[in-house]
Design a protein around this ligand. Structure first.
Ligand SMILES: Cc1cc2nc3c(=O)[nH]c(=O)nc-3n(C[C@H](O)[C@H](O)[C@H](O)COP(=O)(O)O)c2cc1C
Length: 325
């Protein structure tokens, strides 16, 4: 498999594991990189520069393949600068950036041998990332899990729009969980994919509580809701009494300060680590409707490649039949 994404990031398959707040640690990142994709650890939720350094070194004990460090800038409250210094000192192969204007990061890493991915939710953001020198953009549609764009554009429309608007490679993200979505991404003009939710329900996502994984396996595509819309930072979560209550409070006019505790990282951790659904929530995308098992990352990759190959031959038959008519 060869696209500009596999060449730039020196990976076998153009499959990137999304930055997963509080879940993307060395074990998962290394499993993805060992399976031929690009695994990531998430700097924002590692809390301190020393923890990040330890985690980067741990990834290197588990894989020889390239990996990336995710910077969700808005979460760092300015602290990302110290974390970025660690990533530079440790000579990480790649970083991904999301959450705010990535310009200061690009300025700092100029001249360093670090590949860059920027997560965007619209055309203008993608063009800005290209101007700043990003190697590739990952465009996430509104089906996705976690934080989303404010315009509610689905992956099916967003990807071709972004592909037509930039010349750097585009990875499709949001709603992809199997070989069918992987194949569809190429049909839309993407040169790779990013998946978030699908990787939570894998064996190597060792920090996720079994309840969270089982909820993802058991849920239907209609079992997510979007919280934080009224405070300008929409994010998709598993539907529960707790998350429906957040939305109810938003409808009643709650401010950021009113909501702060129930939308916090602590509330997130109470559910994803402890399985406490009465006092916490878990991010997840609509793709939960397609997730029915908890494989190893390697098993997931094998299945996806096989399904994509079968799908390709099926499409070849359909298109072939029509052109011969
Ligand atoms: C639990 C969870 C946490 C996330 N945390 C981050 C994060 O810290 N940084 C980031 O860039 N993206 C984060 N995302 C977004 C993913 O990187 C990715 O864009 C998204 O999951 C794609 O949609 P999908 O879930 O349908 O695959 C998160 C997503 C989920 C589900």
């Amino acid at each position: 498999m060869k696209t500009r994404v596999t060449e730039i990031f020196r990976i076998k398959y153009p499959i990137v594991q999304g930055g997963l707040a509080y879940l993307a640690y060395a074990e998962l990142a290394a499993a993805v990189s060992n399976a031929g994709g690009l695994g990531q650890i998430t700097a924002a939720t590692l809390r301190s520069p020393e923890k990040l350094r330890e985690e980067i070194r741990k990834v290197r004990t588990l894989t020889n393949n390239p990996f990336a460090v995710n910077f969700a800038i808005a979460r760092h409250d300015g602290q990302y600068k110290e974390l970025l210094e660690v990533a530079i000192e440790e000579k990480v192969p790649a970083i991904s950036i999301t959450g705010a204007n990535p310009q200061p990061i690009f300025e700092r890493i100029k001249g360093e041998n670090i590949r860059t991915l920027v997560l965007v939710a619209g055309v203008r953001q993608a063009q800005k990332a290209e101007q700043l020198g990003a190697d590739a953009v990952m465009a996430v549609g509104q089906e996705g899990g976690g934080h989303l764009g404010r315009d509610d554009i689905g992956t099916m429309v967003l990807i071709p729009r972004v592909v037509d608007s930039v010349s750097i490679p585009v990875l499709a993200s949001g709603g992809i969980g199997d070989g069918r979505g992987f194949l569809a991404a190429f049909a839309l003009g993407a040169e790779g994919i990013e998946m978030g939710t699908r990787f939570i329900a894998t064996k190597e996502c060792i920090h996720a509580n079994e309840k969270y994984k089982q909820a993802i396996v058991n849920a239907k595509e209609s079992d997510t809701v979007v919280i934080k819309r009224t405070i300008g930072s929409p994010g998709r979560v598993l539907k529960s009494e707790f998350t429906l209550d957040i939305i109810e409070r938003e409808k009643e006019g709650a401010t950021y300060e009113d909501l702060q505790e129930i939308i916090s990282g602590n509330a997130n951790c109470r559910y994803i680590y402890d399985g406490n659904e009465d006092e916490g929530f878990g991010w997840a995308g609509q793709v939960i409707g397609l997730i029915n098992n908890i494989p190893t990352v390697q098993e997931l990759f094998d299945e996806m490649i096989l399904t994509a190959e079968k799908g390709l031959s099926r499409i070849g038959n359909i298109i072939g039949e029509q052109t011969h008519r």
